[in-house]
Write a protein that binds this ligand. Sequence first.
Ligand SMILES: NC(=O)c1ccc[n+]([C@@H]2O[C@H](COP(=O)([O-])OP(=O)(O)OC[C@H]3O[C@@H](n4cnc5c(N)ncnc54)[C@H](OP(=O)(O)O)[C@@H]3O)[C@@H](O)[C@H]2O)c1
Length: 491
Amino acid sequence: MTEKKRSQWDVGRLWETLTYFEVIPLISCLKRIFIGNTDKKTAGEANKMGVILVAGATGGVGKRVVRRLLEDNYQVRALVRDANRAKQILGDRVELFEADITIPETLTPQLMDGVAAIVCCTGTRVQPVEGDTPNREKYYQGIKFYLPEVVDSPEMVEYQGIQNLVQAAAKSLKPAGKKVLFDFANPSTDLKETWGAVDDVVMGGVSESSIRLAGNKAVFSGIVSTDNNGGFASVRTRNFNPPWDLSQYEGIELRVQGDGKRYKFIIRCESKWDGIGYCYSFDTLHNCWTTIRIPFADLIPVFRAKTVPDGKAFDTSKVYAMQLMLSKFEYDGGLNPKFERGLFGLEVESIQAYGGKPTPKFVMVSSAGVTRPGRPGINLEEEPPAVRMNDQLGGILTWKLRGEEAVRQSGLTYTIIRPCALTEKPGDKVLYFDQGDNIKGQVSREAIASVCVQAIQLPQACDRTFEVREEEQKAAAINWESLFANLQPDR
Ligand SMILES: NC(=O)c1ccc[n+]([C@@H]2O[C@H](COP(=O)([O-])OP(=O)(O)OC[C@H]3O[C@@H](n4cnc5c(N)ncnc54)[C@H](OP(=O)(O)O)[C@@H]3O)[C@@H](O)[C@H]2O)c1
């Protein structure tokens, strides 16, 4: 592009920008009617970015955990032993990763790549001594008794396998207390549907920028020009719908590699296109990855590059949009000391919220009864079959307890769920949580899947081990926070 051409203001680009961000809703609406549905399900979904790894995803509990996570728009990776079989059970919407928890070499860094939390529903395969149907109808029939036998080694699956998995996870998982907002190494939605350019074309300028994925990062780049009194290029998200609630966090963390220039990060807590943005300027190092922490408390309220001295503090509970900008100006007419016209480039690996309360990174489905074999005072006659037959079943509960210990000692934040006898019922009953491993009863696999999905989200679930059974009465609405908050932490 010649300098002369560049100085010609491009009204078409202004039009594109305004329609992309639906500042001209009528046009967007007409586009939807004539071109098809361009109404991208975008930024609202992005709030669950970060992969949830489900181990034992082909099992009775695991497949329900996968289904619920997908319903909640999580990005799910399933650790499975046989991908073809898993595809029949789980369908196409889930990423399948073949591995075996008893074989540590299969638990590779790729398996853990981008993983925010793990739900582990693996278990030693148990079947009637006379065998089961291909779909394991007898195992899944509920609590009707059959003479069981183990198919695999409980020591390998319940202890070694869990130990292998937590060790691989501890090496790769990011520290608790952070929430991945945009993970450009593992983007789950199309970047183009969330981020768009907002350059000085909106006020007559001719700067031009874009954002694109390249390898495991996003690249915000372009040419910034001061012609026509312009001087900024930026990329902005469409409004998150619903807005994100980041009130549990202290600020935003960017992982970036720049070109030595000073950029601005802008975040908005109102849905208006041309409203107050809360700004933070940050310097980049040439060709060097850096982590930029932006405390919410340090954001400056700004309206069109002018500070708003009596502006309200940033409302962290309603985050509507984010923007990255290279501008000639700082604030109130002050100049950006590191600004240069011409080409620029900022690479972004991730945008995260930091400083949050930790949530569980490893959720393990264990079993009620794990501490009962050999416990003084236990009357085996009154115990469920798994406890009564622990020895005949290769010490399944004893090894499960060892597996639990591996989780508790892993250094990861965790939740250990110990269900009573599992059933295939709908899971609509009141749940009873207890600690000390004394309760008996039954609980639906549907309900346990819900407990798992709740646990990964709730700080109150961190470092808790507890038993679960269903009560007789149907549940109206479950107050998960108070259910978990009533539990004692393990340490
Ligand atoms: N049955 C009960 O009443 C009861 C009561 C309390 C607790 N529990 C426990 O609750 C958990 C979930 O029960 P469930 O009924 O969902 O079990 P399930 O249907 O038997 O599922 C077990 C899952 O673990 C997987 N798995 C086994 N060994 C593996 C290995 N080496 N590597 C990777 N994956 C492996 C299986 O994969 P494949 O499909 O490849 O075999 C399957 O997906 C289990 O730990 C179980 O012991 C059961």
